[in-house]
Design a protein around this ligand. Structure first.
Ligand SMILES: [Zn+2]
Length: 460
């Protein structure tokens, strides 16, 4: 999702593949449409409807009823758990996708689009969840059906888990499975969201595999003052104090933290970036970047977020009346911590920078997440399959700047690789936002990629 186009050579190689897989199969499209058009927002969306519909499809395709379950810890919070049995030579492969989505309102979307109707327009499918994460949920479902029909005999069981409560809500999805069905989802590794490909000017440029995640932590920043009549203002003002603290925070950079994952990421990036940025990326990858090189990379928000912990104000409120001096002002500062970063250190940095007039309190605790091994054998298989579809496009291990259920599985001892083969244009970020969309060609190619990858992994 980052970087620059590798060149015309790749574009040339692509055309054959693009021609072969430019539209999704009618079956995939039907599954995808059914999922997008089932509203699964918290708290009243119906996840169970999707779980049941997928269960029905699997049973119709000949899956053994004892290998297909709909688990509903609470009404509407259904999960689908299914298993394609292998010979048992190797440990299972887990395919994880969440079926819940973030709320969306028709009036916030462009004319003619309804977030809960799948609309094809100008080469894209529009709809809430069209990217996050119903594309993968539909593709994994279609892959299970296809492998079953082909009579494929995998060396390892392939377990499909379509889950609730990833976006909001809490503990009825992956957390429920880990607590109650740990052995049924046990796996050598899991494939999940969090990775994907980047187009630059419509051409595949970079294919990322998420092996690590930043940690999410919000802080409450608060100031207070005596208040009084606004016709006789004093310098003691909670809003000025908070604004001054936030202004200092805006100019503050947290220290650079490199990890095995981010070094591998920047080393790969150096191969496809150009000029100063390529040199800086190579230096960060090698662990010997100068301050100027770090500063050069930090200019781009995406690269900056790979280099360090970030904290940014996301909400602000203060004062109690138009004609009164404020007695209180409050800001939410949302931080994304580098894995291994000490939350205490982050809190003390915010306090130091914001100043003593600002009270700083962490809201809750971070969910620690250790990276999966970016050099594990599965990466070689991912590279091989990616190369078969997008020759010359680097496969790059990345640290996700957002949070997914991957960290829960990693913490439970199941390595997770966020890989999808779904490409979006560089800089496009509509998941959770308005007019969420996925390219028609991208869906078809992602489907083919994940099918090939699951087949390859299950044959090892
Ligand atoms: Zn998601």
């Amino acid at each position: 999702m980052r970087g620059r186009r590798a060149g015309a050579v790749i574009a040339g190689c692509m055309s054959a593949v693009a021609a072969a897989q430019s539209t999704a199969s009618p079956e995939l499209l039907d599954i995808y449409r059914g999922m997008v058009e089932t509203r699964t927002v918290h708290p009243d969306g119906d996840n169970t409807a999707i779980a049941r519909s997928v269960a029905r499809r699997l049973l119709d395709a000949g899956f053994d009823p004892k290998d297909v379950e709909v688990l509903e810890p609470r009404p509407l919070k259904g999960n689908l758990l299914a298993r394609l049995r292998g010979t048992g030579e190797s440990k299972p492969l887990l395919l994880l996708a969440h079926i819940d989505v973030v709320e969306a309102h028709k009036e916030d979307w462009s004319e003619g689009l309804d977030p809960f109707r799948l609309t094809e327009r100008d080469g894209y499918y529009y709809g809430r969840g069209s990217v996050d994460d119903k594309s993968m949920a539909a593709i994994f479902t279609e892959t299970m059906l296809r492998l079953k029909r082909e009579g494929f005999a995998p060396k390892r069981d392939i377990v499909l888990a379509l889950t609730a409560d990833e976006e909001t809500g809490g503990s009825n999805g992956v957390e429920y499975l880990l607590r109650n069905r740990r052995t049924d989802i046990d796996a050598a590794y899991a494939l999940n969201e969090g990775g994907g490909g980047t187009y630059r000017d419509g051409h595949p440029f970079l294919h990322s595999v998420q092996v690590s995640e930043k940690m999410y932590l919000s802080f409450d920043l608060e100031t207070t003052s005596a208040g009084g009549h606004s016709s006789i203002p004093s310098r003691d003002n909670a809003i000025y104090d908070l604004a001054a603290g936030l202004e200092r925070l805006a100019r503050h950079d947290f220290p650079v933290r490199s990890s095995v994952v981010t070094r591998a990421y920047f080393a790969e990036l150096a191969r496809v970036e150009k000029g100063e940025v390529a040199q800086a990326a190579a230096a960060v990858g090698a662990g010997d970047a100068s301050d100027a090189q770090v500063a050069r990379l930090s200019r781009g928000p995406r690269y900056n977020a790979q280099l360090r912990t970030t904290c940014v104000p996301t909400r602000l409120e203060g004062g109690q009346a138009d004609n009164a001096l404020p007695q209180r002002a409050h800001a939410t500062v949302n931080c994304r911590l580098m894995p291994g970063e000490d939350p205490q250190f982050v809190a003390s940095e915010i306090q130091r920078v914001a100043g003593e007039r600002v009270s700083v309190k962490a809201r809750g605790k971070v969910r620690v997440s250790e990276p999966s091994d970016p050099a594990a054998p599965i990466m070689a298989t991912i590279r091989r399959v990616s190369e078969s579809m997008w020759p010359g496009v680097p496969v790059v291990p990345t640290m996700g700047t957002g949070a997914t259920d991957g960290s829960r599985l990693r913490n439970a001892g199941i390595p997770v690789y966020g890989v999808s083969g779904l490409f979006v244009e560089y800089g496009e970020s509509r998941a959770h936002g308005r007019d969420e969309r996925l390219g028609v060609r991208a869906l078809a190619q992602g489907n083919e990629f994940l099918y090939r990858l699951v087949r390859a992994l299950a044959s090892e």
